[in-house]
Design a binder for this molecule. Structure first.
Ligand SMILES: Cc1ncc(C[n+]2csc(CCOP(=O)(O)OP(=O)(O)O)c2C)c(N)n1
Ligand SMILES: [Mg+2]
Length: 354
């Protein structure tokens, strides 16, 4: 019987008191990660985070103009997670997530055009206009959804991990879930199976402190979610989800060993969503001061300042990058607007009826 791993504490992130990214306070590991990534890759990650923020702002506007309908859950505030973690995997690894999927899809490199078209319900959309905001799927990018059922993605991501182990590939399966999903049965069943079968499954809790309007303090009995890993004989790591480098390093290190010797891992990333649960939620259950505190640790501003301190980005090039990203999102809106709606004959295609 292997010893049960004790949840390791990496940072105190996500509580508004996290150590900000700054040249003066970088840890040895963060310095080494910067060196390893190099200027171009780090700027690429910064660009991806900006693209997410810009895309989400535009989605809000498009919803208000009724170009987008249905549900819309924005990712603003959580960009370091997608931007950092997905920079540490291979293109054939598997990724599954919840309905809060825009940031994940963009960080995987899926074109904003096909994502915006999906939101507009157009046939050129990533799910042919049938999935909408909550159901981005891409076979090409191994994105196994975008799932509206809380915790519904966990068994699917586990299945992908099982496949990798069964076929003896070196792939890993990253399974993103919200803090609300840890109280679902599927989470516990899957952690147990992943541990028994030693599957290359990395469960990543995006703990943004709320499930709809309910604070985790009111919904979840144990606040340190990595402790749940111990119940399944699995390693658990807490990470500052507002810190791009820490998010990158935790997955980089996790996959390094797991590609050859598969085993599961539970990561709790402490983060925050700047908007309400969905577009129709004004978020009045949160104190103004709390939101302001999290804006002080804005993941994008942290990286921007670090890049400037490193002399890798000046004000002018930062502005140029932001402009370029806005243009990419404008082009996505044009693409979506100009795309056709699905033909009525498409209505029953790809619909599963047992
Ligand atoms: C099985 C199930 N129960 C309830 C809901 C309604 N619901 C939608 S989102 C949500 C909260 C989930 O919160 P969390 O997992 O923290 O994700 P976040 O929205 O914070 O990303 C709930 C209860 C659902 N979609 N599925
Ligand atoms: Mg949540």
């Amino acid at each position: 019987m292997p010893p049960i791993a004790v949840a390791e504490k990496k940072t105190n992130g996500g509580n508004g008191k996290a150590k900000l990214l700054s040249k003066k306070t970088l840890t040895a590991q963060q310095k080494e990660a910067i060196k390893q990534l190099g200027r171009d890759k780090l700027i690429g990650m910064f660009r991806a985070m900006n693209l997410i923020r810009s895309f989400e702002r535009r989605c809000e506007q498009m919803y208000q103009q009724r170009k987008i309908g249905g549900f819309l859950h924005l990712y603003m505030g959580q960009e370091a997670l997608a931007g950092g973690m997905l920079s540490a995997i291979h293109s054939d690894d598997y990724v599954t997530t919840s309905y809060r999927d825009h940031g994940i899809a963009l960080a995987l490199g899926i074109s904003p055009n096909v994502l915006m078209a999906e939101l507009f319900g157009k046939v050129t959309g990533v799910s042919r206009g049938k999935g909408g905001s909550m159901h981005f799927f891409s076979k090409e990018y191994n994105l196994l959804g975008g799932h509206g059922i809380v915790g519904g993605q966990i068994p699917i991501g586990l299945g992908a991990a099982f496949r990798a182990k069964y076929l003896g590939t070196d792939q890993v399966s990253l399974i993103f879930l919200g803090d609300g999903a840890v109280n679902q049965g599927s989470f516990h069943e899957c952690l147990n199976m992943a541990s028994i079968w030693k599957l290359p499954a990395i469960f990543i809790i995006e703990n943004n402190q709320y499930g709809m309007g309910t604070s985790v303090r009111r919904s979840t009995s144990v606040q340190d979610m990595t402790l749940k890993a111990q119940g399944y004989g699995m390693e658990g790591i807490t990470v500052d989800g507002m810190n791009l480098l820490d998010c990158y390093m935790v997955v980089r290190d996790a996959v390094k060993t797991r590609r050859k010797r598969p085993s599961p891992l539970l990561v709790e990333a402490k983060t925050y969503r700047y908007r309400g649960h969905s577009i129709s939620d004004p978020g009045t259950y949160r104190a103004k001061e709390e939101i302001e505190n999290y804006h002080k640790v804005d993941p994008i501003l942290q990286v921007r300042r670090l890049l400037q301190e490193l002399d890798w980005l000046d004000d002018e090039s930062a502005k140029a990058l932001e402009k370029e990203v806005r243009k990419e999102v404008d082009d996505a809106v044009t693409f979506a607007e100009e795309s056709p709606l699905p033909d009525p004959s498409e209505r029953e295609r790809h619909v599963y009826a047992p």
